[in-house]
Write a protein that binds this ligand. Structure first.
Ligand code: TXA
Ligand code: MG
Length: 355
């Protein structure tokens, strides 16, 4: 199949212009006829299909090579659309929606019967979010249906934060790629289950646990799968190896200065053994690692949101450079840092070096 690359040209601050934008209009027509569209969101690019059409949803799993028990997130044009997919919305969910939608927050809610089990991986709950991306919202309004969308990468690869990343993974496998520029958040949404006595984060993401706790006025736990391999995590996607570059990645944890010394020592040994070494650092650390080490500056340490925004592109760069082994500096688990550390742990297959 040939993939059409359609570029959004209307300005982001012009919602009506976006609804008339030929690229958005054409992409929405594909969604309405049950076809797939890769589209931008503020977190990562999504691969969308009509969430209520099991045949469209089946195409998503096929294009990604995604395991069938890994449920999809349903994207809404506004909170009013919730009634079409969720049986009920607990009070805590309502408060989070008021505070964070549109935005990188996904809520797990009891599903309505009309939502196919294909969409929810067989679960009787449905994950929903309203993305904070003007072109995505225009597309969702024109599509007139809730849109199921996992990240638009081949299963196991780093999530795509640019249209070019989507192209790398899915060209020839989907009919349409809607290009709306680079994602700004850079890691996926925070997935929260509000169905129990206490809210639990099933996957850390763009919104930190601290921010959720502040709105709810209660502690918000993270499911243990955020940092350790769990056989049956509550978010099924957390059990899969993910984000992995082709080289072997190690995450160093502990004090940053000690981590840099340890990375240099190991990098030198790897180089002597004839392997190409990649290092994931930040602007602040770049000068630590001279050539021939392949150091990628992933944002600025003093601003973790810049690290999150650059993370997946950095992981893809190591593949492009052909690195055999990669060392990643430590990052603090705070705010969006929880998500950064979680993605690095997964990319490393939980290979951790403690200093
Ligand atoms: O930011 C995002 O969330 C992006 C953009 C495209 O919106 N989407 C995304 O989707 O990251 P995906 O499919 O890559 O990740 C969905 C995660 C998986 O870990 C999945 O297991 C979990 O959400 N999930 C989906 N439905 C669930 C449910 N009913 N119960 C528990 N976890 C669920
Ligand atoms: Mg994904």
């Amino acid at each position: 199949m040939e993939t059409k690359w359609l570029r959004v040209s209307a300005a982001p601050d012009d919602p009506e212009g976006l609804e008339r934008d030929p690229a958005v209009v054409e992409a929405a027509a594909y969604l309405r006829k049950g076809e797939l569209v890769a589209f931008p969101t503020e977190t990562v690019y999504g691969l969308g299909g009509n969430a209520l059409d099991p045949r469209a949803v089946a195409k998503i799993y096929e294009a990604k090579g995604r395991p069938p028990d890994n449920p999809l997130i349903v994207h809404l044009a506004d909170a009013a659309q919730l009634a079409a997919v969720a049986r009920s919305v607990p009070k805590a969910a309502r408060r989070l929606i008021d505070a964070f939608w549109p935005g990188p927050l996904t809520l797990v809610l009891p599903k309505r019967e009309g939502v196919p089990l294909r969409t929810t991986g067989g679960l009787d709950t449905v994950a929903v979010r309203m993305p904070a991306h003007p072109a995505a919202l225009a597309l969702l309004r024109l599509a007139e249906v809730p849109v199921a969308a996992p990240s638009a990468n081949r299963s196991g690869r780093p999530s795509p934060t640019t249209a070019a990343h989507v192209w790398e993974d899915l060209a020839g496998r989907i009919p349409v790629l809607l290009d709306g520029g680079a994602a700004t958040v850079g890691v996926e949404s925070t997935v929260v289950d509000v169905g129990g006595d206490r809210p639990v984060i099933l996957r850390p993401g763009g919104i930190g646990p601290e921010e959720l706790a502040e709105v709810l006025g209660t502690e918000v736990e993270l499911d243990p799968s955020w940092s350790e391999p769990v056989e049956r995590p509550k978010a099924p996607g957390m059990k899969y190896r993910h984000y992995a570059p082709e080289g072997t990645l190690y995450l160093v944890v502990g004090d940053v200065a000690a981590a840099r010394r340890e990375i240099l020592r190991r990098a030198e040994a790897e180089r002597k053994a004839g392997r190409k070494v990649g290092i994931l650092t930040t602007e602040e650390g770049r000068s630590w690692y001279p050539a021939p080490f392949y150091a990628v500056a992933c944002g600025r340490r003093e601003d973790l949101s810049s690290v999150a925004a650059a993370l997946f592109a950095a992981l893809r760069e190591f593949d492009r450079a052909g690195c055999d082994v990669i060392f990643a500096e430590p990052f603090p688990a705070a705010g969006v840092g929880w998500a950064v550390v979680n993605r690095l742990l997964k990319a490393a297959g939980h290979r951790v070096i403690r200093v």
